[in-house]
Design a protein around this ligand. Structure first.
Ligand SMILES: Cc1cc2nc3c(=O)[nH]c(=O)nc-3n(C[C@H](O)[C@H](O)[C@H](O)COP(=O)(O)OP(=O)(O)OC[C@H]3O[C@@H](n4cnc5c(N)ncnc54)[C@H](O)[C@@H]3O)c2cc1C
Length: 364
């Protein structure tokens, strides 16, 4: 049980001596708070196996707009009463203020080992991810980096990444025998895609450097250019097509894109590079970002993976949702926050939230 101002990383810090850990591991975990994780339903590199925040949250204490304090969920999964926990997790701070949470902590695995698989083509790497998932192997993480991100992260972390066009970091865990068995199956699938390099980590230090490079990607990319980080999700089988289309959009808009993302669950993070000092570049970047997010929806995915809708994507909500779907979401907010005061400008198009607030006030 934690107070929600606590940072994500400190939860594992508090229990690891006893052999436990808290699974959701956003790259921002050193700084982000459990409250923010719950509001955004945050994920991370290792969520492919353990699920995101909603799968590791058992209960919350929440202060309602009336000032009342309610307990939602409980001390174990599937606690009694109406199941409102899923409604709260991912609601982007629009329904109430979450002050405490009961989190699921897990036994640390016996061991873990990442393998680096390099390819000379983005689409081929995407096809390899799709084949691993189709084969029913479940690594803890499958992370993707393209050439720009590999080079930038390597300079930052000296992780020993191969010099190639696309890199997968695939981590499996368990006993030594389980690790060997899973890696053998993964390497067999990877070899069917002509990788330029397949290299297993040989030590805990090497594994730490591999993850430092990946987890520092956003900061490292910020050292080379201004960029806008997108967050959308697609079915894994569509990875090759979506990566190809992102490349085409990059050519069309004349803005470079770096791709670094949680490939195993199709959570894309294209980083669009632009020059904040060049008039019009930010607007061009936002226009291109909107096209990429629409592409995610068209591919059968959605506008967000783990960063939420917020202000950036509120105008795209009508692209993903039919009017009746949006109306159902608005009606939920009416119940918890009738005056539309909590993060009122987020998630829904401004005109919609403005009208809603006016309607609620007029009805009183
Ligand atoms: C470099 C970088 C890397 C990132 N990597 C990841 C990643 O790997 N995975 C991922 O999921 N996200 C990632 N993020 C996004 C972000 O860190 C997460 O969404 C995180 O969970 C937000 O937590 P926070 O404490 O920063 O929240 P904030 O940004 O402070 O708040 C997020 C939202 O939560 C609401 N909120 C805050 N406190 C409460 C409360 N007590 N009750 C109700 N609502 C509340 C706020 O109003 C806001 O709408 C990354 C961000 C950065 C900058």
């Amino acid at each position: 049980r934690v107070q929600t101002g606590r940072t994500n990383l400190s939860v594992t810090g508090a229990v690891e001596e006893d052999g436990f850990f808290y699974a959701p591991d956003p790259s921002s975990q050193l700084a982000c708070a459990i409250a923010g994780n719950i509001a955004m339903n945050s994920g991370g590199a290792h969520c492919l196996k353990y699920g995101v925040t909603t799968n590791n949250l058992m209960g919350v204490t929440m202060v309602l707009m009336t000032g009342e304090i309610v307990e939602i969920g409980g001390a174990h999964l599937d606690a009694g009463n109406l199941d409102l926990l899923g409604l709260i997790c991912g609601s982007e701070g629009q329904l109430g203020v979450v002050t405490e949470a009961t989190l699921r902590i897990l036994h640390k695995p016996e061991g873990a080992r990442p393998v680096l698989v390099g390819f000379d083509d983005n689409e081929v790497a995407g096809a390899c991810v799709s084949d691993i998932i189709k084969a029913g192997v479940l690594p803890v993480a499958i992370e993707f980096m393209d050439a720009l991100c590999i080079k930038t992260c390597e300079e930052f972390a000296q992780a020993g990444y191969p010099d190639c066009q696309a890199l997968l970091i695939i981590e499996v865990e368990g006993s030594e025998a389980e690790i060997d068995d899973q890696l053998a199956r993964i390497v067999k699938i990877a070899n069917q895609h002509n990788p330029v390099e397949v290299r297993e980590s040989k030590s805990a230090e090497e594994s730490a450097a591999i993850w430092l490079g990946r987890k520092s990607a956003f900061g490292a990319m910020g050292q080379i250019s201004d960029y806008m980080c997108l967050d959308g999700t697609i079915p894994v089988s569509e990875l090759p097509m979506v990566l190809r289309r992102i490349g085409e959009l990059s050519d069309q808009f004349g803005l470079p894109v770096g791709n670094v993302f949680h490939a195993g669950d199709g959570n894309m993070h294209p980083l669009i590079l632009f020059d904040a000092n060049k008039p019009g570049d930010l607007e061009l970047c936002e226009e291109m970002g909107a096209e990429i997010l629409k592409l995610c929806v068209d591919a059968g995915g959605c506008l967000t993976g783990e960063h939420g809708v917020g202000i950036e994507k509120r105008d795209l909500m009508t692209y993903q949702y039919a009017p009746a779907d949006l109306e159902a979401q608005l009606a939920v907010k009416d119940v918890f926050d009738p005056h539309w005061l909590l993060n009122a400008a987020k998630v829904f198009p401004l005109a919609v939230s403005h009208d809603r607030r006016a309607e609620q006030i007029a009805a009183e």
